[in-house]
Design a protein around this ligand. Structure first.
Ligand code: TIU
Length: 252
């Protein structure tokens, strides 16, 4: 019987060699073939008025500045042929996957599952739950629905990454100290190496953003590495459009 090899071996064919990016606490080296770009929860419910973020008492405009540099990174990573994974925080329409503790938290009058201007808040299939237009996933990019703050909890993310031979993650999204941090900690304990892009993650609380990034790269990179989109794009050999980085200082 003739045996036919099926499927791709771990790693993505046709993707370039070792890339080294200037980062804190020291350079981050990765092979695009064994790396993925993770875009965490770039959803209308967190970025636009009327969603969960605003219900929690936050100024959602603070997250808008992440979109353009992240769009530039997304385009470059697509060109580089790297794996791309988008996540969305949210729940089934009957909320059976939402812990009662999460539902009750904040004593919100209009919380998860309530009707808002963009549909039911943080419910799958609703307009507010989906990813903002600028970063809409392309066919072939993984879209992963998660019920918690971490991207690994109660999802098949680890399985997808291991099957693809991925070892390194370029981490972006919102919010820096909540879903991004939880995901980086989960990934670190599982042996993945994380590079967090300071201008492609955002928080409603600038102080939390700054300290959360410091916590990742402190102690010799206890959870991972931190750099910005300009450094990554330069390392990937892609020209950065000045508009994308104007006014976005490293670590800001
Ligand atoms: N509230 C807050 O900062 N974040 C979340 O609830 N979810 C995410 O970070 N995605």
């Amino acid at each position: 019987m003739k045996v036919v090899a099926r499927g791709q071996p771990p790693g993505r064919s046709g993707v370039g060699g070792l890339v080294s990016v200037a980062a804190d606490p020291y350079e981050f080296a990765f092979h695009p073939a064994s790396s993925a770009l993770l875009l965490i929860d770039m959803q209308r419910d967190f970025l636009e008025p009327g969603g969960f973020g605003e219900r929690l008492g936050n100024d959602v405009a603070l997250l808008a500045r992440v979109v353009e540099p992240l769009r530039q990174v997304l385009m470059s990573v697509r060109q580089a042929g790297m794996m791309i994974v988008h996540t969305r925080e949210g729940h089934r329409p009957d909320l059976s996957d939402c812990p009662p503790s999460k539902l009750a938290r904040g004593r919100l009058e209009l919380g998860i599952g309530s009707a808002g201007p963009k549909g039911r808040i943080l419910v799958r299939g609703e307009l507010g739950h989906d990813i903002v237009d600028e970063l809409a996933p392309h066919p072939g990019e993984a879209v992963l629905d998660k019920p918690g703050k971490g991207s690994f909890y109660a999802t098949d993310l680890e399985l997808i990454l291991r099957n693809a031979g991925v070892m390194s993650l370029v981490v972006t999204g919102v919010t820096t100290e909540v879903c991004v941090h939880t995901t980086v900690r989960e990934a670190n304990d599982r042996g993945f190496e994380c590079l967090v892009l300071s201008d492609c993650v955002g928080s409603y609380v600038p102080e939390f953003h700054r300290v959360a990034l410091e916590m990742i790269s402190a102690q010799g990179g206890i959870f991972g590495w931190v750099t910005d989109s300009a450094e990554l794009l330069a390392a990937l050999g892609t020209a950065v459009q000045p508009a994308a980085i104007a006014g976005v200082a490293k670590g800001a």
